[in-house]
Design a protein around this ligand. Structure first.
Ligand SMILES: Cc1ncc(COP(=O)(O)O)c(C=O)c1O
Length: 481
């Protein structure tokens, strides 16, 4: 690749000064970075003028493509009014409008229950803004623990989370996540969380000799039932100390698109309801059509007590997050001033008007274009294309929910054996796809696809063609040896 002087200058500055997230920096500095300079529709354009399909929605947040005229205009209009004002002691027009709009959107959760003849649950009626997925989940933890404390149950402060969970990188969010390699140096900073086993079908002991285990319905049921039983035991053991159960509904994204068997989420929710334990649904990754419905919880008739939203909320435009909760939870924080029940928590950019304006335009577009229906069509296109990898000796499993896909690359299928992680096979395959004009990112040796729910059908077809060609044409033996 030949670079122009601008690219060379920027690359040198990047290598000298920029510290990239989740990036092995020594290796990063040994390669020439792709520097994104602009974008158009579903494509990102680098400083050398190369175009790439944005196959991971710029880290799972872009909804309708880049430079969407309606969202651009909404942000410009807001810029003509005010870019930022605080929500501490003041209100702002777009933050009010958006709170009401999110509460309206969350009614889809009770509507889904109604369709299943389930009784309604308390609606999510209050909205607390922050600016990232991690802050949304951190806040959810404080809401749950504070709610218990102010309701006369101060001993209830444990969070039950699931193995493989990821809820963000701040210390609280890290405490309810589960990654030995990421967290090892920081373990002493985290609080103790009780982890129940997640229903990871691909890595279940019975799945070792099974081809594409996720596709085995009876195995999914076995793993689901076992995990629910194990959850029962955890809930019994910690009965008096639990503040809340926290889950990534339907899909544990950062674990490698670990899709949960049907009925698991509903089983978790039902146990929480019976035991009067608040359920925190972290829809930071799965919310806003990615699994085919506006919220993933809709698919199992679940209305959580606390709902965390970020990423797709502002269509990939601006950092914005929201934590929604029931009136009952918010009311626990109301009292006389001297009682100090107030939730003493907030961020400078809480409810930033530009972010709220982008989010309002995003929700308008989702409704107007029926973006979730588009995502469901995309899911079918992707499933059909991925079937081409059925016989591939190095594809151990493919998991999919909506537009979220994890393709496991393995050294052998039976018994399923991983590549030596030092070979960085996932990284190598994604780099090969990039050379063909597609940006995708691995999680270890799982290739992740997560296109925009509103991507154009033609772009998606092109993207899937590149994915299949790249994996089929890849010389796994050469890299593994
Ligand atoms: C389920 C879930 N929760 C929280 C987060 C953290 O979001 P952020 O990176 O915006 O802090 C992520 C990020 O991938 C996520 O997948």
């Amino acid at each position: 690749m030949t670079s122009d002087p601008k690219t060379t200058r920027l690359a040198a500055l990047d290598h000298a000064h920029a510290w990239h997230p989740f990036t092995p920096m020594r290796q990063w500095r040994e390669t020439e970075p792709v520097i994104i300079d602009s974008a158009e529709g579903d494509e990102l354009i680098d400083t050398n003028g190369n175009r790439y399909i944005d196959g991971v929605s710029s880290l799972w947040c872009n909804m309708h493509g880049h430079r969407v005229p309606e969202i651009d205009q909404a942000v410009r209009d807001q810029l003509d009014r005010v870019a930022h004002s605080t929500m501490l002691g003041l209100a702002s027009t777009p933050s009010i409008e958006l709170a009401a709009r999110l509460v309206r959107a969350a009614k889809s959760l009770n509507n889904a229950r109604q369709q299943r003849d389930l009784p309604p649950r308390a609606p999510l009626n209050k909205v607390f803004y922050s600016d990232a997925g991690a802050t949304a989940t951190e806040l959810a933890i404080k809401m749950a623990v504070g709610y218990q404390h102010h309701s006369g149950r101060p001993q209830r402060k444990a969070i039950i989370a699931f193995s493989g969970a990821y809820h963000g990188d701040t210390v609280g969010a890290m405490s309810v996540g589960y990654s030995e390699t990421f967290h090892r140096p920081f373990e002493s900073l985290t609080f103790r969380t009780v982890f129940a086993p997640a229903p990871d079908v691909t890595n279940a002991p019975e799945a070792r000799e099974t081809d594409w285990p996720w596709h085995d319905k009876s195995l999914r049921k076995t793993v689901r039932d076992r995990c629910l039983k194990q959850l029962d035991a955890v809930l019994d053991e910690h009965a008096d100390s639990i503040a809340a159960v926290m889950i990534e509904p339907l899909v544990q994204g950062a674990a490698g698109i670990v899709t949960h068997p049907e009925g698991f989420l509903a089983g978790v929710a039902q146990r929480c309801e019976t035991r009067h334990i608040p359920l925190i649904a972290d829809e930071v990754a799965v919310g806003f059509c990615r699994t085919g419905t506006l919220f993933a919880c809709e698919q199992e008739g679940v209305v959580p007590d606390i709902l965390c939203l970020a990423k797709g909320i502002s269509a990939g435009y601006l950092p914005l997050a929201a934590t929604l909760c029931t009136d009952e939870i918010e009311q626990a924080f109301c009292g006389e001033i001297w009682e100090h029940k107030t939730l003493y928590h907030g961020h400078t950019y809480t409810g930033n008007p530009l972010g709220c304006a982008a989010a309002l335009a995003n929700l308008d577009l989702i409704e107007k274009r029926d973006t979730c229906a588009n995502a469901r069509r995309h899911a079918e296109t992707m499933a059909t294309a991925l079937d081409d990898l059925r016989e591939h000796p190095n594809v151990g499993d493919v998991r999919q929910r909506g537009v979220m896909v994890g393709i496991d690359l393995v050294a052998s299928r039976r018994p399923r054996t991983a590549f030596d992680h030092r070979a960085r096979i996932g990284h190598a395959v994604c780099t090969a796809a990039r050379a063909k004009g597609l940006i995708i990112r691995p999680l270890g040796d799982t290739v992740i696809l997560n296109p925009m729910p509103g991507m154009k059908a033609d772009t998606l077809k092109k993207m899937m063609k590149i994915v299949i060609e790249t994996i089929r044409g890849f010389d796994f033996a050469a890299l593994a040896s």
